[in-house]
Design a protein around this ligand. Structure first.
Ligand code: ZN
Length: 488
């Protein structure tokens, strides 16, 4: 495949150190709060990338950390400890907070069809390895002790800035909130490898080390965790674009200085999700989580569909209206797949193989997921028998992971129970009515009115219409494909 590499600023053929094998690392969440859907956009796109590489036949070893210590609120070494913030907010211990939000993160991932990486390592579980790496950096002259803390000395590097030019990165540091000067640092970009002195007297988690009782800096965990589980040569490192500096820049500094050779040649960064408010995590004061989407009646996979419709290197604008559009398109797509008959013909293997090649050409060009989604619509229009069409869509869904054939099969089963689908009528953004049995424009109009009332949150009016229909002997069922009505 061809993949844009943030380290070289170019789209390049994807390569691996060991042929056929991908060592892949993903920066995991800091588990002090629920992940917001902007964070989850990154994990969705990284999941598609992993599945795409497997689709191409690679054997992928994917590793992810869980940050449960050492991440300060500014991403640099200032601000508050995020875990401590969470513990104080909820009157729990740091470990309770870590466990709760780790579980919540993986529950969200499961709802979004994000596969759990092969190895998931909480930072607090690997402290001896971090100490070992910090000691190695001290031994090799890349680190120094000042004011009780151990710092990485960026002046020892021939090249520190990797992802942006020097001025841009300096600008980024400048705009970060609450940046305080640390008088112990010899150079502006130096960063903490191990804290023994911090302003957090009540720091909950501390470990003994050669430099005193303390805790690791945030960046060292990813270098050490990847080294342990991916080995000395990492092929692909992923993360959100906000992690490029300083976090990934510092990971490279530590890993290459420790190893004495180049570490990871390919860097994949997913860009921001922005809302109308200009914030990544909130819209009109609401914190955007998977649970909130569910509370508002959205299938979490409609959000995945929404993400796949745009390219990972473009900022994506989230609004409820945009999500409505995606949710409506997703429902309609499933309804179209449900209308296919699995018993119609035998799978044409030649067509399936040709479709695979077409899909790889499209998606393999810098993970073009929107073309991957388009390929599903193309399959529906291709004029093959239904069995072949379903096989092609099922094959694509190994990468897209939209549960297309599963949801379609469930809908098909439900439809058999409810009666034959005669027509699906779109009633605007995100809603449709599926008409079963005899069509009746008067009933359709009432069903439509009820759907509009629900959308406007006039639930009393929606219930009134349902009761009115029930009085006429008409039952309504809400399905993923829309509202189905029939006479009972
Ligand atoms: Zn990381």
């Amino acid at each position: 495949m061809y993949l844009y590499n943030s380290a070289t600023h170019k789209k390049e053929p994807f390569t691996t150190h060991t042929p056929g094998r991908v060592e892949m690392y993903t920066c995991g969440p800091t588990v002090y709060h629920f992940a917001h859907i902007g964070n989850l956009r990154s994990y969705i796109m990284e999941d598609v990338l992993e599945k795409y590489l497997r689709y191409e036949g690679y054997d992928v070893n994917r590793v992810m950390n869980i940050t449960d210590v050492g991440h300060l609120s500014s991403d640099a070494d200032t601000g508050e400890d995020k875990m401590l913030m969470g513990a104080k907010r909820e009157h729990k211990t740091v470990l309770e907070i870590a466990q709760f939000y780790t579980d919540a993160f993986f529950a969200d991932c499961a709802k979004l069809n994000i596969k759990t990486p092969d190895t998931v390592q909480p930072a607090t579980g690997l402290i001896p390895e971090f100490i070992n790496m910090v000691q190695g950096l001290l031994d090799r002259g890349y680190a120094y002790i000042a004011g009780g803390n151990v710092y990485f000395d960026t002046s020892k590097l021939a090249r520190y800035h990797i992802f942006f030019d020097h001025d841009q990165e300096d600008l980024q540091v400048g705009v970060r909130e609450g940046v305080e000067e640390d008088a112990n640092k010899r150079n502006k970009n130096d960063f903490v490898l191990w804290f023994t002195r911090s302003k957090f007297e009540d720091q909950a988690l501390k470990w003994d080390s050669p430099w005193g009782v303390g805790y690791p800096g945030w960046h060292i965990e990813c270098s050490a965790i990847s080294l342990k589980y991916n080995g000395e040569y990492l092929d692909l490192h992923c993360g959100g674009i906000d992690n490029a500096f300083p976090h990934h820049t510092n990971e490279i500094a530590q890993s290459e200085s420790y190893l004495g050779h180049p570490w990871c040649p390919q860097w994949f960064h997913v860009h921001h999700l922005n809302t109308d408010d200009g914030k990544m995590s909130k819209s009109k004061g609401e914190f955007l989580t998977v649970s909130l989407l569910e509370e508002k009646g959205y299938d979490p996979l409609a959000y995945r569909f929404f993400c796949l419709q745009s390219h990972y290197r473009k900022a994506l604008v989230f609004s409820w209206e945009n999500l409505d559009n995606a949710a409506g398109a997703y429902r309609k797509l499933i309804a179209r797949i449900a209308a296919l008959d699995p018993d119609d013909g035998a799978v044409d293997e030649a067509v399936l193989e040709a479709s695979r090649q077409k899909f790889m050409k499209a998606v393999g060009n810098d993970l073009n997921t929107s073309l991957g989604v388009t390929a599903v619509y193309d399959a529906l229009k291709a004029g093959t028998n239904d069995a072949t069409c379903l096989a092609v869509i099922g094959d694509y869904d190994r990468v897209l992971s939209l549960s297309l054939t599963e949801k379609a099969a469930a809908l098909r089963k439900k439809t058999v129970e409810l009666g034959e689908i005669k027509a699906t009528m779109s009633i605007g953004a995100g809603a449709s009515i599926t008409v079963t049995g005899e069509g009746d424009p008067a009933v359709d109009a009432l069903v439509l009115k009820r759907a509009e009332a629900k959308k406007a949150k006039s639930f009393a009016e929606a219930d009134r219409i349902r009761n009115e229909l029930r009085a006429q002997g008409i039952e309504l069922t809400d399905t993923p494909a829309g509202v189905v009505w029939k006479r009972v």
